[in-house]
Design a protein around this ligand. Structure first.
Ligand code: ACO
Length: 431
């Protein structure tokens, strides 16, 4: 097995060590390249750059493999639930009964948003974008619980269990409150309920009439959140790691991740898929127009919910969620014309050479919105749901950064292509 790679720059041959991960993933260790040669590797978007070592999630995009701490996603989807998987992602092992109970209790006792913090919501307009609200209010956890957010790794790690439980539980509560705020409805406080049931209760209870949780709905929500629990070094998780690498506390780092997630090419895609399907439905189109536009190659016209930065075969999450779509709608006795449109669109794209040759397949967002919709969750809240689901992954990755005694601040280089040195011109002499 090769242990070194060599590159030749001018006449100088440089030997770079090879690193191998536990699943045989290989990397050339270029940490000393610039120091030794003055060169850097150019890799816009970091698609070929390993920014860290991590033991949270293994992903093989070519073969559609996704495992959390070694457990395949389809096994977790079938046998686990969101909170157990969150524990696994954060702490590295499936919890035994005692630990599972303690974790659940910690989440329940930290679910509420205190009265003073509730006042933040009043400052936001009713039609404020939910993700902008979520990131601001998630960051304000650092202001309300400064003892858990000291920006000192050692101290913040001592309080990690509590901060992590707060992040998971309160972000879920904040999500439900954002929805109530947008509707002009009074907030509903959390009760002593399982995680997803509590969310549904806080979203949909009426004054004097508690929402009666339909087991199928809670189960489907559990599945969707679990499916989003972590996904290796995606844009938002890398953002959390980058912000965390400066020493920033957990809440602030997660808030940055929420902002990264809000973009349409990342977490915002689930809402974009629904807008696309809805406009196909409203126009009575069969999707041909969207497919033709997507093939034009312009970014603004992409077929939303299709393609993935790393999956080149299929997205294993899309398989599970796509199959769950039919089951959930059937159990709830609902039909959705958008599901038929999505299926037709998928079939058409999968036969089209443009998509086939580029290995573009449905991703996790293609079908998740249809289930969220069936559960009564409005499209404007879809990315918030994604954020609630992704919190465990952000937390686990922040912890790796904070615990790495040899870690350094994330600070990539660039190739400068601007003007070379020139002399300052007074304003009166400028053209
Ligand atoms: N529709 C049409 N064309 C596409 C699409 C799409 N959805 N996705 C990629 N392409 C094209 C690219 O334009 C490129 O074409 P070219 O070779 O002619 O230049 C080619 O396919 C290869 O693109 P990739 O390198 O695979 O795409 P990239 O890694 O840059 O982007 C991304 C990945 C952002 C997910 C992209 O596929 C996309 O925009 N998809 C739609 C948005 C979406 O669904 N995002 C959710 C991703 S999953 C998640 O974040 C949870």
């Amino acid at each position: 097995m090769t242990t070194n790679a060599s590159i030749k720059i001018d006449d100088k041959e440089i030997s770079l060590p090879i690193m191998v991960g536990s699943e045989g993933e290989k990397a050339v260790d270029a940490r000393n390249l610039r120091k030794d040669t003055g060169y850097i590797f150019y890799d816009q978007g970091y698609g070929n750059t390993g920014s860290c070592e991590s033991s949270v999630t293994y992903l093989d995009g070519e073969n559609g493999v996704l495992r959390h701490r070694g457990y395949p996603i389809d096994q977790l989807a079938e046998h686990s639930d969101f909170i157990e998987t969150a524990y696994l992602v954060i702490y590295g092992e499936l919890p035994n009964e005692k630990k599972r109970k303690e974790f659940g209790a910690l989440l329940r006792t930290n679910a509420v948003i205190e009265t003073q913090m509730q006042r933040i919501f009043e400052g936001f307009p009713k039609d404020a974008p939910p993700m902008a609200m979520l990131s601001s209010i998630a960051n304000s956890l650092a202001a309300y619980y400064p003892e858990l957010a000291t920006n000192n790794f050692e101290k913040d790690l001592q309080n990690f269990d509590l901060a992590a439980a707060m992040a998971i539980s309160k972000i879920r509560t904040i999500g439900a409150m954002i929805y109530r705020h947008s509707k002009g409805l009074p907030f509903v406080h959390p009760k002593d309920l399982p995680f997803c049931d509590n969310f549904l209760h806080m979203m949909f209870s009426e004054p004097y009439q508690d929402y009666v949780v339909i087991p199928e709905v809670a189960k489907a929500l559990n599945l969707l959140l679990l499916m989003h629990a972590d996904h290796e070094q995606n844009c938002s998780t890398s953002t959390v790691r980058m912000v965390g690498s400066s020493g920033a506390n957990l809440f602030t780092s997660i808030s940055a991740g929420i902002n990264a997630l809000s973009g349409p090419l990342h977490g915002g895609a689930n809402a974009a898929v629904m807008h696309m399907l809805q406009s196909i439905h409203d126009e009575g189109d069969d999707g041909t127009r969207f497919i033709a536009a997507a093939k034009s190659g312009t970014k603004g016209n992409r077929l939303m919910g299709f393609g993935h930065a790393v999956y080149r075969n299929f997205d294993p999450r899309a398989k599970v969620i796509g199959a769950a779509c039919d089951v959930v709608l059937k159990k709830l006795g609902k039909s959705d014309p958008l599901l038929d449109i999505a299926k037709n669109l998928e079939q058409a794209a999968l036969k089209d050479d443009y998509f086939v040759s580029r290995k573009l397949y449905p991703n996790v967002d293609f079908y998740s919105g249809i289930i969220f919709r069936a559960l009564g969750i409005p499209t404007s809240m879809f990315t918030v749901m994604f954020a609630i689901g992704r919190a465990p992954g952000w937390i686990a990755n922040w912890r790796e950064v904070a615990s790495n005694a040899k870690g350094r601040i994330y600070r990539p280089r660039q190739i400068y292509v601007g003007p070379t040195q020139r002399d300052y011109v007074p304003i009166s002499k400028r053209a």
